[in-house]
Ligand binder design. Structure first.
Ligand SMILES: Cc1cc2nc3c(=O)[nH]c(=O)nc-3n(C[C@H](O)[C@H](O)[C@H](O)COP(=O)(O)OP(=O)(O)OC[C@H]3O[C@@H](n4cnc5c(N)ncnc54)[C@H](O)[C@@H]3O)c2cc1C
Length: 447
């Protein structure tokens, strides 16, 4: 019997999943949740595991990043996935849930668990203890906790807003149109999408008339003070972009001519599988981003793995701070979990809670730390936030661009390739589950 309690702060998706993974392994948990005493501007209910916005957990098929992540979590006995599957509603190829039933399932399971103590309190400090704590207070972390985190990790490592440009897969950029070059022939680091005058005119017209997403929170207005969305810049004048982020100076296309305007794409991951659109932080609705940005020559068939966003989002600069199991490098008994680590989305937040929970359970039980493989979607997210040497860290959704690929035959169709990567990831996950069970059983414990 393990007697030291693990503290989990925040009973959202990540905190609830972490608490479950601990308790099911026989580790007592004290889960601090401030609702209903206090609420963030996005939370309305009283239950644990609340969905703050959409009721969709995204694509269901395993040959998609979100589908694979969910299937891996099912195999890792995720409480959030149990609740989702038990409360699924018809949604075509997506997994959507009855939000009330979903939260009720998570809430009841944790409240009735003999090893979970739920304390209704807003924590303004990380509990001063040598024991284990998981901080899962979310993108809208409340009260003095923000300051406590800042003191722990340093002011320069805590961000409050997420203003990010869309990211596309490199393989979906049409290189018959785009060309590689850096300005003034200083290398070939960028992918450049050239526009002639007609294309530029049509693009700017579409951009300024496209529909923007409604502001979810009042504070989001502050985002625009320091960082202008590309559509707002375009609205200032028809040529503003051509003299700003789309300026063609120092660039010439294959025929040696200077294009009228150029959209530059910058490499976004070490592997070179992902590129972001430089200067394209945006507040357009996701569907509008797809429609308007696909007008850019070379991006007609681009696969968007992340759309641009501008919203309040408290997150830490995880690269260099966190290990791949979401523990702090400088203080391994403290873990972070959820959106605050720089993963983006419901299921990604859940996955980080799952990893932090299992890892913290092993630490509490004195067992070797589990290693989540970068060949899996669950492991790839941890590896993404923990990778070293990142200059401009931006949160990410799960996508195949960050999952390490096994050896594959060349020239596979994309769908076949993703299917094979997914099958491999699931086999690795099954092996992981088996080895974890053996590890815990060898100590007379259950995983
Ligand atoms: C407005 C908004 C809309 C979003 N919409 C979507 C969407 O549609 N789809 C999607 O995939 N993702 C969405 N996200 C992103 C993200 O997936 C969600 O925020 C998700 O809920 C993050 O999970 P989490 O566990 O990290 O945080 P949360 O689910 O927010 O959980 C954090 C918990 O900690 C509690 N808490 C906060 N501070 C304290 C404290 N000091 N002491 C004690 N308790 C505290 C909160 O009450 C909350 O219950 C959205 C984010 C925001 C802000």
């Amino acid at each position: 019997m393990i007697s030291d309690r693990v503290n989990v702060i925040g009973g959202g998706l990540a905190g609830s999943e972490a608490a479950w993974q601990l308790a099911k392994r026989g580790i007592p948990v004290r889960l601090y949740e401030m609702k209903p005493l206090f609420r963030t501007p996005a939370h309305v209910g009283d239950k644990l595991g609340e969905l703050v916005c959409s009721n969709s957990l995204r694509a269901a098929r395993i040959a998609s990043g979100p589908g694979l992540l969910k299937e891996e979590m099912r195999r890792l006995d995720s409480l959030v996935m149990r609740a989702a599957d038990a409360n699924a509603v018809p949604a075509g190829g997506a997994l959507a849930v009855d939000r009330e039933g979903f939260s009720a399932c998570i809430d009841e399971t944790l409240r009735s668990h003999p090893l979970v103590e739920i304390v209704c309190r807003r924590l303004d400090e990380i509990p001063p203890t040598d024991g284990i704590t998981i901080v899962a207070t979310g993108p809208l972390t409340a009260g003095g906790m923000t300051e406590a985190i800042r003191r722990l990790i340093g002011a320069e490592y805590l961000y409050f807003y997420d203003a990010a440009a869309p990211i596309v897969t490199a393989e979906s950029v049409d290189m018959r149109i785009a060309f590689r070059a850096s300005r003034y022939e200083k290398g070939s680091d960028y992918l450049n999408c050239p526009m002639n005058k007609e294309q530029y005119d049509a693009f700017v017209d579409a951009l300024v008339s496209a529909e923007t997403a409604p502001l979810e929170l009042e504070e989001e207005e502050k985002v625009f003070e320091g960082c202008m969305p590309v559509e707002a810049m375009a609205a200032r004048g028809h040529m503003t972009l051509a003299y700003g982020p789309l300026k063609p100076v120092g660039l010439s296309d294959g025929a040696g001519a200077r294009p009228y305007a150029v959209v530059q794409l910058r490499q976004d991951n070490k592997e070179g599988t992902l590129y972001n659109l430089v200067g394209f932080q945006t507040h357009l609705k996701f569907g509008e981003q797809k429609r308007v940005f696909s007008m850019i020559p070379g991006l007609e068939h681009a696969e968007f793995v992340r759309y641009g966003v501008m919203h309040r989002n408290t997150f830490i600069n995880s690269p260099g701070l966190l290990n791949a199991d979401y523990s702090l490098k400088k203080q391994g008994n403290i873990y972070f979990a959820g959106q605050i680590t720089g993963v983006e989305g419901y299921i990604e937040s859940t996955a980080s809670g799952l990893v932090a929970g299992i890892s913290a359970a092993c630490r509490a039980a004195g067992l070797p730390a589990p290693v989540f493989s970068p060949y899996t979607a669950v492991g790839a997210l941890g590896a993404y936030v923990a990778r070293e040497g990142v200059a401009d860290f931006q949160p990410t959704n799960i996508n195949f661009g960050i999952i390490r690929q096994p050896e594959l035959p060349r020239r596979l169709k994309k769908a076949d390739k993703y299917e094979r990567i997914a099958r491999h990831a699931l086999a690795v996950t099954d092996q992981f589950v088996k080895e974890e069970q053996e590890k815990w059983n060898s100590k007379g414990l259950q995983s």
